[in-house]
Write a protein that binds this ligand. Structure first.
Ligand code: UD1
Ligand code: CA
Length: 460
């Protein structure tokens, strides 16, 4: 049977106290809603419909690739699901309804939920979890109604605000993840009212309506209650991040990555790491970062959308959209900005910033330098404190440095400028003209020595 999914992400998320819509807040660099969409896809859902509303213009780009439905006014979760009706017109099968604010759910669990509904011939299966502290969640009221076939089935769900003391004591909670029969869902939605403490249209009322209509509503308990955690506040966002961090780090460690203190390593969901990589404390690997075998990253490093090859050392480095080839060395305290490319065996050392530049094989920029808009050949040595002056206040200009060039310390290379293969530049030079291959360029004031000057000016 085909399975569709509706992801609810129109709510304001007042409890976040944020200008940004709640589902745009990130767990390990990925917005909450994208975690949920990924789980829906992993469960085989197609199409996936996202219901957007509050700050829709900020949410739409995050749900690209899904069918987007608009909820003009945030009148509750039942109203939100009803807004997906048109997008699913003619669809016949299972519909997963998912909270866009619950990033820890897995495709596996959603699949299990959909399978259970089919197996039990229920109109709805709701995923539930037992919580030591259920405060804030909807409570699952089971059976107890006379004449019901199965006392274990769900009677209704009662929200925190509407719960009696007795109901509030129930520890089985609504996860906000459901699987419905499509036709039964959209039919029942028409009967949902808003006579409750919030004055909202609750999706949870659909379950009672279905049961009263003689259909089965079953609860499926999640094996891991953490998967069901909703993010309503910043505190819960931090908790979800910690759970996801543990989950991701464990997977990498099981695949052969060393982390001495995994609590101090944060890895995004799209990062790939080869075996025998060592990640030291305070390392952040984000975006589409890739790290090759036998490389050590950290401590204190943040790599975003960066490729790192085999056998590299990346120590106290910040790199964004950079490429570090096999055997290259960075840091401590290197900053590789977009377009920085260290070729095999190259080095960007201490307090070195590199932007949109290629550092050729085996070339070294060891200390206190800025290299921007530069193409550098192989075997180059850049002396300490040297800078490519790539910006004239209006436009950026290129520097070209050939193979085996030696640049003395504290050299300013005023772009556009080319230094030919094998050339040598004297320390302290300001290079404004091209330097031909194999020549020496010195561009600084000559040293003058005045004999006995100091002796004559002696203070005593
Ligand atoms: C909801 C459930 C509760 C459950 C909890 C699990 C209802 C009435 N309550 O409560 O039983 O225990 O989730 O996390 O469903 N949304 C819209 N449009 C709206 C309102 C909400 O799209 O008009 C979206 C929100 O963006 C969010 C999701 O629906 O992604 C859930 O809404 P939220 O306000 O967080 O519901 P809870 O109070 O957490
Ligand atoms: Ca919620």
């Amino acid at each position: 049977m085909s399975t569709a999914a509706i992801v609810l992400c129109a709510g304001a998320g007042t409890r976040m106290r944020s200008e940004r819509p709640k589902v745009a807040h990130e767990v390990l660099g990925r917005p909450l809603v994208q975690w949920v969409v990924a789980a829906a896809r992993a469960a085989g859902a197609d199409p996936v419909v996202s219901v957007v509303g509050h700050r829709a213009e900020q949410v739409r780009p995050l749900v690209e690739g899904t069918v987007v439905a608009e909820q003009p006014e945030q009148r509750g979760t039942a109203d939100a699901v009803a807004c997906a009706r048109e997008a699913l017109a003619g669809f016949d099968g299972s519909v997963l309804v998912l909270s866009g604010d619950s990033p820890l759910i897995t495709g596996e669990t959603l699949r299990m939920l959909a399978d259970a509904r089919m197996r039990e011939k229920a109109a709805c299966a709701v995923l539930t979890m037992r919580m030591a502290d259920p405060f804030g969640y909807g409570r699952i009221v089971r059976g107890a109604c006379e004449g019901e076939a199965d006392l274990g089935d769900v009677h209704r769900i009662v929200e925190q605000k509407d719960a009696t003391a007795e109901e509030a004591a129930i520890c089985e909670c609504n996860s906000g993840f459901y699987c419905f029969d499509a036709a039964a869902l959209f039919c029942a939605l028409e009967q949902v009212g808003c006579e409750n403490a919030s004055g909202e249209y609750y999706l949870t009322d659909v379950l009672e309506i279905l049961r009263k209509g003689g259909q089965r509503v079953i609860a499926v308990q999640a094996a891991d209650p953490q998967e069901c955690m909703g993010v309503n506040s910043r505190v819960q966002l931090a908790e979800a991040t910690r759970v996801m961090q543990q989950r991701i780090n464990r997977t990498h460690m099981e695949a052969g990555v060393t982390m001495l203190v995994p609590e101090l390593v944060w890895i995004g969901p799209d990062v790939t790491i080869e075996p025998d990589v060592e990640l030291l404390p305070m390392t952040f690997l984000m975006g589409a970062t890739e790290v090759g075998r036998d490389t050590v990253v950290g401590p204190n490093s943040r790599l975003t959308d960066t490729h790192v090859g085999v056998g590299c050392t990346v120590d106290e480095t910040v790199a964004v959209e950079a490429r570090i080839d096999d055997g290259a060395t960075c840091g401590p305290r290197a900053y590789l900005r977009p377009g920085a490319h260290l070729m095999e065996g190259a080095k960007a050392g201490t307090h070195v910033e590199i932007k949109k530049s290629t550092i050729g094989p085996g070339s070294k920029v060891p200390h206190l330098s800025y290299i921007g808009d530069t193409t550098m050949g192989a075997g180059v040595n850049i002396g300490a404190g040297s800078i490519t002056c790539n910006y004239d206040g209006a436009a950026k200009h290129a520097t070209v440095i050939g193979d085996d060039v030696f640049v003395g310390s504290d050299t300013m290379m005023v772009a556009p400028v080319t230094i030919g293969n094998g050339a040598v530049v004297g320390a302290g030079s300001v290079i404004t003209k091209d330097v031909p291959a194999d020549s020496l360029a010195v561009a600084r004031a000559r040293e003058r020595v005045i004999d006995d000057w100091a002796k004559k000016h002696a203070k005593h």
